[in-house]
Design a protein around this ligand. Structure first.
Ligand SMILES: Nc1ncnc2c1ncn2[C@@H]1O[C@H](COP(=O)(O)OP(=O)(O)OP(=O)(O)O)[C@@H](O)[C@H]1O
Length: 361
């Protein structure tokens, strides 16, 4: 479908020039004895898709509520486009709150209003004249591919269509940040993919900053540029999505991503010996173009060392190849093995010697 909207008119860029749309600095929030957020520092950079993941009770909802001013942190600072929201009264908070468009899990559409009127609602609240509202609604419905559903009521729309309307409504007032609060958690996998594609498309076309708060790892894997992991109110790890998926550091991250990354199978781990063994097990991470290169063939050509791929594979994180390969190599010729390690360190993103395996493997 061709879209007639003009990206420049939908631009979310602000004039502040700050590279962070939202910044939390050492934010702490307690509920009685429970520390829901513990000195959380997190920046969301302009134009990026940040995935915030964590188990139930990790503090995700509290972070969202602090961000839109529904909860007040006990300490720390929260800035939206460089302006602190701490200490602001309800009236001063309103315009800053409008800089964040929220997409909800259960859509939260008004059932008595048509799709077009739902999208228009934030503009109506902002006091925009009817003609401006109508033009904006038309371009947004075009953007989400529902121009023909303007007059439909929510009950006449599928879950995916309702969420598209939810996204259009969240974009209506040209927010600096689109906050997706479990936006795909109520949708089937196919519809989820379509919604994620739409979010990615909007991110690219409008350079829109998106915060994805979710417990769905597959969502983050599909479209996040960066990932932050919340656990017990702490950010235990954050970094580029491909790095987090290839080599998560924190135990919580490893556990959350368990199903999405290869780990050394138990039987191979059991064969590792403490001391010297004839064969060596290596973990090699290759990302992007490096994952597409014939690495193992080139290793054999360059060093003469032929290695066996014993586990692992290549996955996609945000459409980019991330290979995690478990290799077994004959390590008896130490000079050759050392040359092979040098070669791998030069041509792979990460190389780890996991240990040795007794001969006869
Ligand atoms: N209003 C409240 N009063 C008391 N405790 C609260 C309140 N809101 C949250 N908590 C507690 O703070 C912690 C973080 O809760 P929060 O709802 O932010 O987690 P979450 O990551 O959003 O979980 P979920 O994915 O289940 O929604 C939990 O221990 C929760 O019980």
């Amino acid at each position: 479908m061709t879209s007639a909207f003009d990206a420049s008119t939908l631009s979310s860029q602000s004039e502040s020039g700050s590279s962070s749309v939202v910044r939390l600095s050492e934010v702490t929030k307690r509920f009685g004895a429970t520390i829901a957020l513990d000195q959380v520092s997190l920046s969301i950079r302009r134009g990026e898709v940040l995935g915030l993941i964590g188990r139930s009770g990790a503090g995700k909802s509290t972070l969202i509520r602090c961000l839109n001013g529904l909860e007040r942190p006990d300490s720390g600072d929260i800035e939206i486009e460089g302006r602190s929201i701490i200490g602001l009264g309800e009236r001063e908070l309103q315009p800053l709150r409008r800089r964040i468009g929220i997409v909800f899990q259960h859509f939260n559409l008004m059932s008595a209003k048509t799709a077009a009127d739902n999208v228009a609602l934030p503009l109506e609240i902002a006091g925009q004249p009817r003609a401006v509202r109508n033009a904006r609604v038309a371009e947004l419905l075009e953007l989400i591919g529902l121009a023909d559903k303007a007059d439909a009521y929510p009950a006449q729309l599928s879950g995916g269509q309702k969420q598209r309307v939810g996204i259009a409504r969240a974009l209506a007032a040209r927010p600096a940040l689109l906050l997706s609060d479990e936006a795909t958690s109520a949708l089937d996998p196919e519809t989820t993919d379509a919604i994620l594609e739409l979010l990615r498309d909007i991110n690219r076309k409008l350079d829109l900053t998106i915060l994805l708060v979710t417990h769905e790892i597959s969502v983050v894997r599909a479209i996040a540029d960066r990932v932050a992991v919340l656990d017990g109110g702490n950010i235990v790890e954050q970094g580029p999505a491909r790095r987090i998926f290839a080599s998560p550091c924190a135990a919580t991250t490893r556990s959350l991503l368990r199903a999405y990354r290869p780990t050394l199978p138990d039987d191979l781990a059991a064969r590792l010996v403490a001391g010297w063994g004839e064969r060596t097990l290596l973990k090699v991470v290759v990302i992007g173009a490096r994952a597409r290169a014939p690495l193992l063939a080139e290793l054999a050509l360059a060093t003469g060392l032929r290695v066996s791929l014993v586990h692992g594979g290549v996955d996609r994180v945000r459409g980019e190849e991330v290979g995690v390969l478990f290799l077994e190599a004959d390590g008896r010729d130490r000079a050759q093995f050392s040359a092979a390690l040098d070669f791998l360190r030069l041509h792979a993103d990460e190389v780890e010697v996991l240990g040795h395996v007794a001969g006869d493997a």
